[in-house]
Write a protein that binds this ligand. Structure first.
Ligand code: ZN
Length: 348
């Protein structure tokens, strides 16, 4: 414990400080001098053991050393912080002259686009758009649509069963269950279209998907005839595919209509003369339709002597396939941007 020792301590501390070249080692240096076991701390603590007559002078000298080292430490710290900041600014530098990255703008899926388009067309014809549950009971999916329990469509190979076969909770196999749901809740006149996803237990290939979209149409009122059905579908075809379109009806069977038809439009690619898209037939099949079966009307409590109606179902994917010549229905569920971007109505 002497002035000489203090001088040595200071010289060593200053030499070490000069060797410090970053903030981490500066913190290390601070601990080695001012920390609980630091050289200066230990020196000050030992002053109590010094002879009483030397103590004041040693104490004064030690304080001077402490003040001096503190100033040198702060000076060094400021300098090192400035260096660290400068290097960080260089690393994080932004080149303001680089062109910006354009944000990716999403667009509606072609199925959504087509549903909206159909909904607009039918709203002009007086139809309201409604949506229904995709998980249905056998009662709505089959019973109320005049599909008896021995009908092949109720076979498990067509229908996706959600719950045990006995309770008949199914993924709806068509949008038609909403016919009964709408009629149960309202009295005629009824004019609704029901777009939505439907499910079938099917092997997937280029023209079959286990999940696909339909648009159901239903009109019930007094004096509704087949002519109204034909006029409605013809107008839809003209709005969707152009004013020159012709429409063809052929007899078909669906349990919930009587009489039933399938309907086609003349091919807009070849104008009916035959091409690859229409498989040389000149016609493109659009869906099924017919006059609502009296049993369906009676099933929801309507008087089938007083009211008549028509119903139809369109395949949404089929419309897009025929309109744009898409050759694989699986493309719609694939979410492949190379496919979907082709339907963008704005630049992406
Ligand atoms: Zn054609």
């Amino acid at each position: 414990m002497s002035l000489d020792a203090l001088t040595t301590l200071r010289a060593e501390a200053e030499a070490n400080l000069r060797a410090v070249d970053d903030l981490d080692s500066l913190t290390e240096w601070e601990r080695s001098v001012f920390g609980p076991k630091g050289s200066l701390t230990l020196f000050l603590r030992s002053l109590g053991a010094a002879p009483a007559e030397e103590r004041p002078a040693l104490g004064r000298a030690a304080n001077e050393v402490k003040n001096a080292l503190t100033v040198e430490f702060e000076t060094r710290k400021t300098a090192l912080e400035r260096v660290a900041l400068a290097s960080r600014l260089t690393e994080d530098a932004v080149d303001m002259t680089l062109p910006g990255r354009a944000p990716v703008v999403g667009v509606d899926h072609p199925i959504s686009q087509t549903i909206r388009e159909l909904s607009d067309i039918f709203s002009l014809l007086g139809f309201q758009t409604v949506f229904g549950p995709e998980v249905e009971t056998g009662r709505y999916n089959f019973d109320l649509l005049n599909i008896p329990s021995d009908h092949p469509a109720r076979d498990v190979w067509d229908t996706m069963i959600v719950d045990t076969p006995n309770s008949e909770i199914v993924l709806r196999t068509h949008t038609s269950p909403m016919q009964a749901r709408v009629m149960e809740q309202t009295q005629p006149p009824v004019r609704v279209v029901v777009p939505g996803r439907t499910y079938r237990f099917e092997q997937q290939d280029a023209s079959h998907e286990w999940a696909f979209h339909q648009l159901e149409g239903l009109a019930v009122d007094q004096h509704i005839t087949m002519t109204d059905l034909k006029g409605t579908l013809r107008e839809m075809a003209r709005q969707l595919f152009g004013a020159d379109r012709r429409i063809r009806f052929r007899c078909d069977f669906f349990p919930f209509v009587e009489p039933g038809v399938d309907f086609s439009i003349d091919c807009m690619i070849c104008n009916g003369s035959g091409c690859r898209v229409c498989k040389q037939t000149g016609w493109l099949e659009m869906g099924g339709a017919g006059m609502v079966h009296p049993s369906v009307l009676e099933g929801v409590g309507y008087d089938s002597e007083k009211y008549t109606g028509f119903a139809f179902g369109l395949g949404i994917e089929r419309i897009i396939i025929q309109r744009y010549g898409v050759n694989d229905i699986r493309a719609f569920a694939g979410n492949d941007l190379r496919f979907l971007k082709q339907f963008a109505t704005v630049n992406v």
